[in-house]
Design a protein around this ligand. Structure first.
Ligand code: NDP
Length: 295
């Protein structure tokens, strides 16, 4: 039997309805609507699409969104000035700097400048540190999306072997931290895993993934995780988004792996919609926290 599909699109729409309801409640208590400010530098078409999707999701949830576009030739100082202005602006609750920034800009310096209380991507070192100590303030959006897919797909990771392929600061590393923790905001079944992290220097990734009860593919290589690398009945989460010709494909060879795995996420329609949803969640949380409604 082919694997059960973990439908991210459907889950995202249910979670976004709940966020819209909680946002309306918050606004009804005489608060300004949660507001996300996006900073987009240069004219990378993919980045423009991502920002547009995030803004549309904000509006659907009853939040305000602002877009600050800066020219591709901006200096680190100019982007820093924009971020500093948003830090100071009491009408802005969440700040999102769309990555990648043009190569001449010092990305780390910009991310370090974002007010940690408005850091809805959770990239600031203070928020990364809090996460690593098991007391996160904001959960990073893509790893949080993976947890939501597992939770709603009734996949427990506690006591099981999870293999994550990829160790980026955005996906692999924070996800490994969350899954190996003693507890998670989604409950102890979404923590307490034994986690192995593979990367480009791992010799024979398949040796590890074949043992795994849960595989998370986040390496950014189209269809790199093949059926021969998967243990029958396991859960496969595909974070990858790769453009191949005019199609979007994941890091997993979906058609073949679907015949082996027990559960699998499609691309598109898997992790992607959850990432945007978790950004909304963080923006609502940021506004509530800045209003003193939650800690
Ligand atoms: P990065 O390119 O930053 O990181 C890729 C990681 O995979 C690195 O750790 C790299 O190792 C490792 N890697 C690369 N090639 C191999 C290989 N052949 N075998 C094993 N490991 C390998 O990517 P991101 O983490 O930012 O993104 C990963 C994928 O997820 C991309 O396709 C991206 O588009 C997608 N993505 C999707 C999101 C969503 O919402 N669904 C959100 C963010 C990303 P090393 O560290 O040694 O270089």
């Amino acid at each position: 039997v082919p694997a059960r599909i973990l439908d991210g699109k459907n889950l995202a729409s249910r979670l976004q309805s709940d966020i819209r309801r909680r946002t309306a409640e918050f606004v009804a208590q005489r608060h300004e609507p949660p507001t996300l400010a996006a900073v987009l530098v240069g004219d990378d078409p993919a980045s423009a699409v991502y920002v547009r999707n995030k803004q549309a999701a904000c509006r659907r949830a009853g939040m305000d969104s602002r877009l600050h576009r800066l020219p591709a030739a901006s200096s680190t100082g100019q982007v820093a000035d924009q971020v500093a202005a948003l830090n100071e602006d009491p009408a802005v609750h969440g700040i999102l700097v769309q990555l990648p920034l043009p190569s001449a800009i010092d990305t780390r310096a910009i991310l370090d400048l974002i007010d940690p209380l408005k850091d809805v991507d959770a990239f600031h070192p203070l928020n990364v540190g809090l996460l690593s100590q098991g007391r996160p303030r904001f959960l990073p959006c893509t790893p949080h999306g993976v947890l939501q897919l597992l939770a709603h797909g009734q996949v427990s990771v506690a006591g099981r072997l999870v293999v994550i392929v990829g160790r980026s600061e955005i996906v692999g590393k924070p996800l490994a931290m969350l899954l190996a923790a003693k507890d998670s905001p989604l409950g102890p079944d979404l923590a307490n895993a034994t986690v192995t992290v593979c990367h480009s220097r791992t010799s024979d990734v398949g040796r590890f993934t074949r043992e795994a009860e849960v595989v998370v593919a986040a390496l950014g290589k189209p269809r790199a995780i093949t059926a021969a690398m998967i243990r029958p009945g396991s859960t496969v989460i595909d974070v990858g988004i790769n453009r191949v010709g005019d199609r979007l494909v994941g890091d997993v060879d979906f058609e073949a792996v679907q015949q082996i795995a027990g559960a699998i996420t499609p691309v598109p329609g898997g992790v992607g919609p959850l990432t945007v949803t978790m950004l909304l969640e963080n923006t609502l949380t940021a506004a509530q926290r800045l209003a003193g409604v939650v800690v």
